[in-house]
Design a protein. Structure first.
Length: 574
């Protein structure tokens, strides 16, 4: 549910599953077993289910004792649309649809004449004629217990949520308990930093500011998820002690984790999900944020209330109102990228699937912030890392080392490319005398944690920096409160060198300059969501290396993840 499996485990799982299913059904035929293996492969590729309605195996499968209808207790579930699920995924999908529908349906509309002035003070009128979607998001959050805010980089998601939380505090008759979380440690740290800077500039009373959360934590730590435990610490019978929960980087959250999250919410709590629906979905099964944002519509009664509260022009509906009517807002105006920004234009073209226009934009060379190269040069890669390596050798403060590291990142679509890039750079460091040959650890080695370790408090996605101390090498990791924790290398849980990383691992991070190394051949892993995610990790400059034979089919390929969640939410009327 929370970590991806290794290739060895991927090969072992179908064998173990086959033995288990044959014990349950000794007459299991090869065609049904092949479908189960296909479902395993689909789950490992991010799909929740396997569409079978138009396949010849559909009828044969229905005779298997391993198969149940929706709601029955069986290893496999075949729903009414012909989608095949493992029972766990089917139940998680049902739980999530039910809980989200309940949250969205619980409307608590305040007096618009009271809410309007508060909204005006927090979201003063702008100069443009377009709808103020940030103000709209806050207004909708005042009226119900679920809000989903999707927007690209620089669209103001953090600014919106900080002001939104202040509004909720000002409308409440009692102080509210608020919390923030994110899927990874680095995303939680970034959320904490962003909220802290926005909170200090709010035009509100100190009593309101004091209610706003100061630190975010990982979802695993928030819920108390531990390996081997039957239940997390917080669940339906032991809900989280809070009134408002903000979750950032929701595109990274898989189906199972999101189901556990909504189960743990108390009856009175509001849930606010932030993310970018166009980014890569979670590594594990599900594309929850994309499913939630597939229908954006506002009910007539809500439009009337919004008008009374001073919300003027509203965006047009993007679908038929379903269970999440009034619960989804799309932020579309980027405050980071100007109209003449190459990064902004390139991201929009890629997101729209126009690979040829995006390629021509790169080839024209009109924008200094986007560059196309045939291949990357290792010497230039090392040069990009010189500010970081200099900060290490000069033993600069950890904050300066972290800032120097964040100036640049090399991304790749495939893990093998990342491993090769890290190895090549370490070879260059050996040649320069900065790393001793045959030694894994050296001053300057950046590492990313790849498995949660509750004993030492380090989690998947955390990045640390190896520094020289009087007692030897130590690996320093930033803490949520702004401090640093240092560990001996031997205490570090499962990890990898991170001079380069996969695009998936880069989610929740931003860098001044990003280089993307495309594979040598097109592949299933490469699509427009991956390239869009890579582009939008860059704040100032983006460089892509590869051929048009790989670029064009990748941008033209729209990511598809099979699930029934969007249909469930459409079928449930608000």
């Amino acid at each position: 549910m929370t970590t991806s499996s290794s290739p060895a485990m991927d090969n072992l799982l179908p064998q173990q599953l086959s033995r288990l299913l044959l014990r349950l059904d000794p007459a299991l035929d090869d065609s049904t077993l092949a479908l189960v293996h296909e479902l395993v492969a689909a789950n490992q590729s991010g799909h929740v289910c396997l569409p079978l309605a138009h396949r010849p195996e559909y009828r044969r499968l229905q005779a298997s004792p391993l198969l149940g209808r929706p709601g029955q207790y069986a290893p496999l579930i075949l729903d009414h649309a012909g989608r095949l699920y493992f029972a766990r995924h089917w139940f998680d999908e049902q739980i999530l649809a039910q809980k989200l529908s309940q949250l969205a349906a619980d409307r608590q509309t305040p007096d618009p004449l009271r809410a309007g002035p508060i909204l005006d003070s927090l979201f003063p009128p702008g100069a443009g004629s377009q709808p103020d979607r940030q103000k709209l998001a806050a207004a909708l959050a005042a009226c119900q217990r679920l809000l989903v805010v999707s927007g690209g980089p620089g669209t103001g998601k953090t600014t919106t949520v900080v002001r939104l939380l202040a509004m909720l505090a000002m409308l409440s008759e009692r102080p509210l308990v608020m919390a923030m979380a994110a899927p990874t440690g680095k995303a939680a740290a970034r959320l904490s930093e962003s909220v802290a800077s926005a909170r200090d500039s709010l035009p509100v009373a100190e009593s309101v500011r004091a209610q706003l959360p100061r630190q975010a934590q990982t979802l695993h730590r928030l819920l108390g998820l531990r390996p081997g435990a039957v239940l997390p610490r917080y669940h339906a019978a032991a809900p989280l002690p809070m009134d408002v929960l903000v979750v950032d980087e929701a595109s990274m959250i898989d189906l199972g984790l999101m189901a556990r999250l909504v189960e743990a919410l108390p009856a009175q709590a509001r849930l606010i999900l932030l993310g970018d629906r166009d980014q890569l979905a979670s590594v594990d099964a599900g594309a929850v944020l994309g499913d939630l944002c597939s229908q954006v519509a506002y009910l007539p009664a809500s439009r009337a209330w919004l008008a009374q509260a001073g919300i003027g022009q509203l965006p047009a509906d993007e679908g038929v109102p379903g269970a999440l009517a009034d619960s989804v807002v799309l932020l579309t105006h980027s405050h980071r990228f100007r109209a003449d920004s190459g990064i902004g234009k390139l991201a929009a073209l890629v997101n729209g699937g126009d690979g040829l226009a995006a390629l021509q934009l790169l080839q024209r060379g009109e924008h200094a912030d986007i560059v196309l190269q045939a291949q990357l040069d290792d010497g230039a890669l090392l040069q990009q890392r010189e500010p970081y390596l200099a900060a290490i050798s000069q033993q600069r403060p950890l904050e300066e080392i972290q800032a120097a590291f964040s100036r640049f990142m090399l991304l790749a679509a495939e893990r093998q490319q990342v491993a090769q890039a890290n190895q090549r750079l370490e070879t260059l460091l050996e040649q320069a005398g900065s790393k001793q040959a045959g030694r894994d650890w050296y001053a300057g080695r950046p590492v990313m944690i790849t498995a949660n370790d509750y004993g030492v408090g380090l989690f998947n996605g955390d990045i640390g920096f190896t520094v020289a101390r009087a007692q030897g090498l130590r690996v320093a990791f930033p803490a949520a409160d702004g401090s640093w924790r240092e560990f001996a290398p031997g205490r570090i849980p499962q990890h990898e060198t991170v001079f380069a990383m996969t695009v998936h691992k880069s989610q929740g991070s931003e860098f001044d300059e990003v280089w993307l190394q495309l594979p040598t051949n097109p592949g299933a892993v490469l699509n427009r969501a991956l390239i869009y995610t890579a582009i939008t990790r860059a704040r100032q400059r983006f460089v892509v290396a590869g051929s048009q034979e790989v670029w064009l089919p990748a941008v033209q390929s729209a990511p598809v993840r099979h699930s029934g969640l969007a249909d469930l939410l459409r079928q449930r009327n608000a």
